[in-house]
Structures are given as structure tokens and as C-alpha cells.
Design a protein around this ligand. Structure first.
Ligand code: FAD
Length: 444
């Protein structure tokens, strides 16, 4: 987990602590390995019940099993709740005959059989806490939300995104006031290189549990019910949430979901291993301004638009570099505020045409893709200021500017900014052939 997400998480805990305090309760943060923490605190505080979020990730599934065994040993009850998804994914899988394969279309059909998801968990009020005895104030200091410096997290890199339910709810309300925008939302028409997010930007808040996906789902349903027309899945806003649910469902029943080996839904490909090229991609040194601007935004802010994720993921994998999606996924896992086991791996498999998506002949051009929605290159100028004085004609391919024009822009290609690391046309044609071969072999 990278620095930006650490800050986001600590801010979220800080906000939760503040909100609970206003309700007459508080949050005590215990640091340590879960088993040792429980062995220590269960007898000390006379704990009779441990409640946790049910998770897809094998790591947390194992943790839950261990907590249950410990409960039997130490005599506490364990309550595992489905709070991170709209549905209990087991119910969806049961209706699918137990396991993937599962297409989005079939998934929507199963949801229509299940009906609406469970209503959101109600926000607690002060009355809920009246029964509780507030903890001894001496405990607050001992179990306070840690500061970044306590965890040795560098302070210099702060994302403009602020963590916490308060901030997440504000963002939600802001978007939902524009009911026309909500009703007509069509994902492919949103803009990857707008200077402010053109989609809701709620993913970091869902990801660390600041916002309930069910609250969002029901608020959208209410708006749709009042609208004459509204967009539909897969492109509508509710459709986006259902993509999330879809990846959670498939991930929950797929062994080795975050890797290629031993993953039954993933195409087996001999990707190149090239640490130097991977490093250039990760550190925004590919020489393609559109790709490097996106990777810079990712480093600086921890969030990038979905189609921007498409662009850099395709470039790394089947488009240009032929490097494994697992490597890209790990970089996203470190840098994204919304990094998520199921969604991250699922989308990386999609973009690399390893699973879910099979129109592999569609390769994004690292020059034309961004130009379509931002011909002046404002986004590139913001994130790559070294290129900001190039005219719009050259901003996406500054290596084509003459020496004189480069001098005038104050940026010499090969010196102040790299040459493109590949010839896109040659690389993508070659990779297309490789992908064809892999598919033919595996079909056989
Ligand atoms: P909106 O368009 O406003 O959508 C609302 C919500 O729907 C999002 O907050 C998110 O929870 C969900 N959603 C939207 N698109 C998708 C999608 N394609 N798949 C699943 N859920 C979706 N999203 C993550 O939350 N965590 C990740 O680790 C992650 N990794 C990704 C990796 C790649 C290579 C790609 C292409 C996409 C990835 N996404 C990931 C999906 C998507 O890009 C983000 O969820 C979305 O951009 C978040 O912005 P938003 O909240 O404005 O989305």
C-alpha cells in the first residue's frame, strides 16, 4: 500500500473518530497482528462479540477462519456481515450453478431474479449509543488514530483527495443534485483527460468503506424512478456499480484470481520480462506524453479516470510493451487510492484481453486516444509541465517537432523529455500477431 492510500485511510479513520465522538461514542484503534491483539484484549475488555466485514480476498477469508477458531477457544461470538457489496455474492453464484464462467449479461439476469439488494445499513444515531458506556478517556490517548509520523509515512506526498465519510458524502450529494447528469450518464462518453474527474470519483470512498455502495445504489434508483428516461447497464451509473459487483462475484469463486498461473479464467500468455521497460512505464518515462501524463497523475493524486486506466494498461500489455498484466496490477495496487483485489485484477485481465474481453484487435493509440477529447493537450500541460510550451500540433508527439521548435518550447527531446520508447505502429502490429497466435493455439 502506497503513501497516498495510507494518508487517505488515516484521514478516513480520523473522520470516523470525529463523527462517532459527536454521537457520544468513539473509535479505539488497536495496532498489531490480529491474533495477538485478540488474545490480549478479549479477556482484558471482556469482549463477547467480534464483528467483521465478509471479504472476497483469500487473505481475509483465512483471517476470518482464524478469528472463528479463536472465538471458539476464547469464548467470543463472531458476526461476519456482507457490507462491501450489494449482494451476498454466494447467492449470485448459487443461481449460476456454483461457479464462473459468468458473463455480465447473465450476471444481470441473475440479479433480476434476486430483486433489489438489501437496504443499506442505517447510519447510527445518538440514541443507538445511549446504551453504550463510553470508554474511559484515558483509553483515547492509548488507542488514538495513529498519525502518519507514528507509522513513518512520509508527509511530503499528499493527494488532493481527502479521506473520510464526510468528504465522501459531500461528493455523493454534489453529483446527485444534478439529476439530469445522473439519468443520462453514459460511461464511454465521459472524458478521461478532464482536469477534474468527469465521473463521480467515489471509488476511493467505497474502497476503504467510507461510503456504502447500497446507499449509492438506492439514491440512484430514486433518481431513475423520477426521470422520464435514464441510461441502463452496462453504461449507466448503476451499471458501473454492477461492474464492481460482477468482479467481486467472479473473484470470490476463482482460484488465483490475481495471477495468471493456476487461474482458470485467464489466458496463458508468455509475456516478456523486462524490468527496464516496466520501470519506464511506471515512472512516466515512456516518451508518449499521453501515457506519461496519466502515470504522473496516478503518482501525484492516486486516482485516474477509467479510460485513462485503459490507455496505460493496454500500452503496458497487449498494445505496446507485452509485459504481464500482473506487473501493471501491482503498480496500481501500490498507487491507487481505490486499489481493490477483485476490481483491479478483473480490469487488468480485461484490458490485456486475458479474460472477459476478447476484441483484442482493438488497440489504443497512445497519440490519438487522448487527442480526441483534449486536442489542445491541457491535461498533458498540467501533468507534464516540461512540455507545456509545445503547440497543440506537437503536444502529443513532441519528437516530431523540428529542432528549432523544440528549442523554442524550451524542451529538447532526448534530453529534457525522452524519445518514445517504442515505435507504436510496429510494436502493436507485432503484438497483435502474437495475440492471434496465442489464441489460435489455445483454442486448438
Ligand atoms: P464511476 O464511473 O463514477 O463509477 C461509480 C462506481 O462504480 C465506482 O466508484 C466503482 O466503484 C464502480 N466502477 C466503475 N467502473 C468500474 C469497473 N470498470 N469495474 C468495477 N467497478 C467499477 N476500480 C477500483 O475501484 N479499484 C481498482 O483497483 C481498479 N483498478 C482498475 C484497473 C484497471 C486496469 C482498470 C481499467 C480499471 C480499474 N478500476 C478500479 C475500475 C474503474 O476504473 C474505477 O472504479 C473508476 O474509474 C473509479 O472512478 P469513479 O468512482 O469516478 O467511477
Amino acid at each position: 500500500m502506497g503513501t497516498l492510500r495510507w494518508h487517505f485511510l488515516l484521514q478516513s479513520l480520523e473522520d470516523l473518530q470525529k463523527n462517532l465522538f459527536q454521537l457520544g461514542s468513539c473509535l479505539l484503534v488497536i495496532q498489531g497482528e490480529h491474533e495477538a491483539v485478540l488474545r490480549d484484549h478479549v479477556p482484558k475488555w471482556n469482549i463477547t462479540q467480534v464483528t467483521l466485514d465478509a471479504e472476497m480476498e483469500p487473505f481475509y477469508k483465512e483471517m476470518e477462519a482464524r478469528v472463528r477458531r479463536l472465538g471458539e477457544e476464547l469464548g467470543f461470538g463472531v458476526l461476519s456481515l456482507v457490507g462491501h457489496t450489494l449482494y451476498d455474492t454466494k447467492r449470485i453464484l448459487d443461481l449460476n450453478g456454483g461457479a464462473p464462467p459468468l458473463t455480465y449479461k447473465r450476471f444481470l439476469h441473475i440479479l433480476s431474479l434476486l430483486g433489489d439488494p438489501e437496504v443499506p445499513v442505517r447510519t447510527p444515531t445518538a440514541e443507538d449509543f445511549q446504551r453504550c458506556r463510553p470508554p474511559d478517556p484515558a483509553l483515547y490517548e492509548c488507542y488514538r488514530v495513529p498519525l502518519p509520523e507514528d507509522l513513518k509515512i512520509p508527509l511530503e506526498s499528499l493527494s488532493p483527495w481527502r479521506g473520510g465519510e464526510t468528504e465522501g458524502l459531500q461528493r455523493l450529494e454534489q453529483h446527485l443534485t444534478d439529476q439530469g447528469w445522473v439519468a443520462s450518464f453514459t460511461k464511454p462518453r465521459t472524458i478521461p483527460n478532464s482536469l477534474l474527474p468527469s465521473t463521480t470519483g467515489l471509488s476511493p470512498y467505497f474502497s476503504v468503506g467510507c461510503l456504502s455502495v447500497r446507499t449509492f445504489f438506492y439514491r440512484l434508483s430514486n433518481i431513475y424512478a423520477q426521470a422520464k428516461h435514464h441510461s441502463l447497464p452496462p453504461v449507466s451509473l448503476q451499471g458501473q456499480l454492477l461492474w464492481r459487483e460482477f468482479f467481486y462475484t467472479v473473484a470470490s469463486a476463482t482460484p488465483n484470481f490475481t495471477q495468471m498461473a493456476g487461474n482458470p479464467i485467464c489466458l496463458q500468455i508468455s509475456w516478456y520480462e523486462d524490468a527496464e521497460r516496466l520501470h519506464k512505464w511506471k515512472t512516466a518515462q515512456t516518451g508518449f506524453p499521453w501515457i506519461d501524463a496519466i502515470m504522473t497523475q496516478l503518482h501525484q493524486e492516486g486516482w485516474i479516470h477509467h479510460l485513462a486506466r485503459h490507455a496505460v494498461a493496454c500500452f503496458l500489455t497487449r498494445g505496446d510493451l507485452w509485459i504481464s498484466w500482473e506487473e501493471g496490477m501491482k503498480v496500481f495496487e501500490e498507487l491507487l487510492l481505490d486499489a481493490d483485489y477483485s476490481i483491479n485484477a478483473g480490469n487488468w485481465m480485461w484490458l490485456s484481453a486475458s479474460a472477459f474481453f476478447h476484441q483484442y484487435t482493438r488497440i489504443f493509440c497512445p497519440v490519438r486516444f487522448g487527442k480526441r477529447t483534449d486536442p489542445e493537450g491541457q491535461y498533458i500541460r498540467k501533468y507534464l509541465p516540461v512540455l507545456k510550451n509545445f503547440s497543440s500540433k506537437y503536444i502529443y508527439e513532441p519528437w516530431t517537432a523540428s529542432e528549432e521548435e523544440q528549442k523554442q518550447a524550451g524542451c529538447i527531446i532526448g534530453q529534457d523529455y525522452p524519445f518514445p520508447m517504442v515505435n507504436h505502429k510496429e510494436a502493436s502490429d507485432h503484438n497483435l500477431q502474437l495475440m492471434k497466435q496465442v489464441r489460435e493455439e489455445q483454442n486448438r
